[in-house]
Design a protein around this ligand. Structure first.
Ligand code: SIN
Length: 328
């Protein structure tokens, strides 16, 4: 009898052990924008592809709209193992590497195609590994779009934003960019921008069309000036402890799923950039100001000196490689 009970207990504990082993690997993916944005769509596509490639083995939980973390807290949470994936804007990595500040230099890239060429090249790919000493691994770059300025007054030339408060991401380059045109930059989390604009605590902000549309900034801003003065792109990141701790076959399948999800997100980015500009125009709530060449040149002349302030930290080789990508 004793032997029978012992066997039953042994079987039960084996079953419990197997059940525990079979528990899927949970990947929490936190981001700060809406689901109908390039990043929102990419994260959902990654969930779909990863779970299809590894049925029952992984579960991807996507948390949009800063539901779980803001970009100001997510990377620290990742280092602590509380979250597995995120895709902050490249402007949000300043505390982890100087090199990514490259992407904030005003008027560096002429368009998203140039950004793409640079990111696919050797210097761009090396940046994915630039934070490994901080336990963060880049899994890929994702596009959003070129940034435009929004405000409640018509902005045509740098003198028009002198003394006005603009929300910026947590980037010293962006701070210097706005100070170069005598505006007042305020570093604030994305989740606060709508309310800050609505209550007129700030005068304006800079974003690509998709964020200005999806987060309804256009509803509380009378003008968007099409400056294309900078870019907003992302890096999908994970913690090296999590990533290299995965079984090789799981990591390989997740890599394939991520590459495909990013390609999909980039396609959405290109389509939404044009579509969301049109949605804003069609709303009739916001006037879109296009600049003459002479007006745009004033912005270039005023903002480009910012490069010299950061070139040593970023590295002249990276800046030159980025410039080369403008003229393939
Ligand atoms: C995002 O697109 O993830 C947010 C960017 C911002 O903070 O402006």
């Amino acid at each position: 009898m004793k032997t029978l009970v012992a066997s039953i207990l042994a079987c039960a504990s084996l079953l419990t052990f197997n059940a525990a082993e079979a528990k899927p690997i949970e990947i929490k993916f936190s981001h700060v924008v809406a689901e109908n944005t390039p990043k929102g769509q990419m994260a959902l596509k990654f969930k779909e592809l990863a779970e299809a490639a590894l049925p029952g083995q992984v579960e991807v939980k996507v948390y949009p709209n800063s539901q779980l973390y803001t970009d100001e807290t997510v990377l620290q949470a990742m280092q602590l193992g509380d979250i597995e994936m995120a895709a902050p804007a490249l402007s949000k990595f300043q505390a982890y590497t100087d090199q990514l500040q490259l992407f904030d230099l005003p008027f560096l890239f002429k368009d998203i195609d140039a950004v793409d060429r640079f990111q696919r090249g050797p210097q761009g790919q090396a940046l994915l590994k630039s934070m490994e000493s901080k336990m963060l691994v880049g899994l890929g770059f994702l596009h959003n779009g070129m940034k435009q300025l929004s405000a409640n007054d018509p902005i045509r030339v740098p003198a028009d934003i002198s003394g006005k408060k603009f929300r910026i991401m947590t980037s010293d380059v962006l701070q210097a960019q706005f100070e170069a045109v005598q505006a007042i930059p305020l570093k604030k989390p994305f989740a606060e921008v709508f309310t800050l604009l609505q209550t007129k605590a700030i005068d304006g902000q800079e974003s690509p069309w998709s964020n200005t549309y999806a987060s309804k900034f256009f509803e509380v801003q009378k003008y968007v000036t099409e400056t294309n003065h900078g870019i907003l792109d992302y890096m999908v990141v994970t913690s090296s402890e999590f990533w290299y701790g995965l079984p090789d076959d799981v990591r390989a399948k997740l890599t394939v799923a991520m590459n495909e999800a990013i390609a999909y997100g980039n396609k959405v980015a290109i389509e939404q950039d044009a579509a969301d500009r049109q949605h804003i125009l069609d709303s009739g709530k916001t006037e879109i100001i296009t600049l003459t060449d002479a007006e745009r040149q004033q912005w270039v002349d005023a903002m480009k000196p910012v490069w010299n302030m950061f070139i040593d930290e970023i590295g002249a080789d990276l800046v030159n490689a980025a410039l080369k990508a403008n003229n393939p």
